[in-house]
Design a protein around this ligand. Structure first.
Ligand SMILES: NC(=O)c1ccc[n+]([C@@H]2O[C@H](COP(=O)([O-])OP(=O)(O)OC[C@H]3O[C@@H](n4cnc5c(N)ncnc54)[C@H](OP(=O)(O)O)[C@@H]3O)[C@@H](O)[C@H]2O)c1
Length: 323
C-alpha cells in the first residue's frame, strides 16, 4: 500500500516520503480501515510516540497522521461492534502506524460510525480538534452555562471547536488570535476577540476557564485572569506558573466513541461547523506539509478520490480553501 513515512526526527516534515509499505494487519480487537481521508497535526513530528514504541525502542519508519475517515475492510480476532463495509472515523493510537496511508490497522474502540451524509474529508477533520475541545471544556474544564471562557487561537483547528462548543453550552466566549483572525473567530462563535499581538489580553477581566493552546507568555498571562476556584486547561503542556487558588490541568486527547458521535451529530444538524483550511491528495501531501504559507484551519489529505455525501448539505460544513 502507499503510505507516507518518516525516518529522521531532525528532518521534520522535510523528511516525509511517499513510499510502498506492507499491508496493514488486524490484531485482536482491531479493524483494518480503507482510509479515504486523513488529518495531520504538524507538531506530531516532535512527539516521542512518533519515533519510539511504548518501551522507548525506535519504531521508524513511522507512518504519521492520527485522524481518519474511511471504510472497514477487515476485522481482527474477537473484534465486535463494527462490521465490514461500515463507514467510520476516529483517532489512531499515538504509538502505532498512522493514517497517512491507504490502509490502517486500528482498535475498533478508537472509531465511531460516520453517518452517510458526512463526507470523508469532513470526518477526518473532526477527531483531534473536536475531541480535544470537548474533553477540555466538559471533562476537564467542567464548563457550564453563564461562565466566561478564553478560547485561545479561536480561528485555528482546536480553538474554533472550543469557541463553538463553549458558546453552544451557554458560555461567554472570548476568542483570541492574530489580527487577521478576528472575523473568523467571531464567525465561529466568539462573543468578543482579542488580537494578542496588538491588544492587552488583561482588558477582558476575570474568567472562569482558560483553554490554552499557545502556552509560554500567553499561557502565563491567561492564568492570571482566572478567578479563584476557576480552571486553566492546557493542551500544550503543564502551566509554567502555578496558581494555588485555581485548578490547572494539562492533558492529551483520547479516543472516545460516544464523544465522536456527539460531535458528528452536531455537524449534521448545523450546530458545529468544521474548520478545514487545505485539502490535498496523498500525492501532494508531502509538498502540502512542507509549504511555508500560513494555514488557517485543518489540513486534510484525501487519500482516495473524493466521494460525494449521499444527502449532502454542504453549506453546513465550512470546507474552504482560503490560501
Ligand atoms: N494535548 C492535546 O491533546 C492536543 C490536541 C490537539 C492539539 N494540540 C496542540 O495544540 C496546539 C494548537 O493546535 P491546532 O491544531 O489548533 O493549531 P492551529 O490550527 O495552528 O491553531 C492555533 C491558532 O492559534 C494561533 N496562535 C498561535 N500562537 C499565537 C500567538 N502567539 N498569538 C496569536 N495567535 C497565535 C495560530 O495562528 P498562527 O497559525 O498564525 O500561529 C492559529 O490560528 C498545537 O501545539 C497542537 O500540537 C494538543
Amino acid at each position: 500500500m502507499k503510505a507516507i513515512v518518516v525516518t529522521n526526527q531532525a528532518a521534520g516534515a522535510a523528511g516525509m516520503r511517499l513510499v510502498e509499505r506492507p499491508e496493514a494487519q488486524a490484531a485482536i480487537n482491531d479493524v483494518v480501515v480503507k482510509v479515504h481521508a486523513a488529518g495531520f497535526v504538524n507538531t506530531e513530528l516532535t512527539w516521542p510516540s512518533t519515533w519510539t514504541d511504548r518501551l522507548g525502542r525506535d519504531r521508524t519508519p513511522t507512518i504519521p497522521g492520527h485522524e481518519l475517515a474511511g471504510v472497514v475492510t477487515g476485522l481482527g480476532y474477537g473484534t465486535a461492534g463494527l462490521s465490514i463495509g461500515q463507514r467510520v472515523f476516529g483517532l489512531a493510537d499515538w504509538y502505532r502506524d498512522g493514517t497517512l496511508a491507504e490502509y490502517l490497522a486500528i482498535e475498533a474502540r478508537n472509531l465511531a460510525p460516520l453517518p452517510d451524509d458526512i463526507d470523508f474529508t469532513v470526518g477526518a477533520s473532526l477527531p483531534i480538534s473536536g475531541l480535544t475541545a470537548w474533553q477540555g471544556l466538559f471533562r476537564h474544564g467542567r464548563l457550564h452555562a453563564g461562565q466566561r471562557v478564553i478560547a485561545h487561537g479561536a480561528a485555528g483547528a482546536v480553538g474554533s471547536m472550543v469557541a463553538q462548543l463553549a458558546r453552544e453550552a451557554g458560555a461567554h466566549v472570548i476568542g483570541t488570535g492574530r489580527a487577521a483572525d478576528r472575523q473568523k473567530a467571531l464567525d465561529f462563535g466568539a462573543n468578543e476577540f482579542v488580537d494578542l499581538e496588538n491588544e492587552p489580553l488583561e482588558d477582558v477581566g476575570q474568567v472562569d476557564l482558560v483553554f490554552d493552546l499557545i502556552g509560554g507568555d500567553v499561557g502565563k498571562r491567561s492564568a492570571g485572569l482566572v478567578r479563584a476556584a476557576g480552571t486553566i486547561v492546557s493542551i500544550v503542556g503543564p502551566l509554567e506558573t502555578k496558581r494555588a487558588d485555581a485548578t490547572a490541568i494539562d492533558f492529551v486527547v483520547e479516543a472516545d466513541r460516544a464523544q465522536l458521535t456527539e460531535i458528528v451529530q452536531r455537524v449534521r444538524d448545523g450546530r458545529l461547523r468544521t474548520n478545514i483550511g487545505v485539502v490535498a491528495p496523498l500525492s501532494d501531501a508531502v509538498a502540502t506539509f512542507n509549504s511555508t504559507e500560513r494555514r488557517s484551519g485543518k489540513t486534510v489529505i484525501n487519500v482516495r478520490p473524493i466521494e460525494q455525501p449521499t444527502k449532502a448539505d454542504a453549506s453546513q460544513n465550512m470546507v474552504s480553501v482560503d490560501n
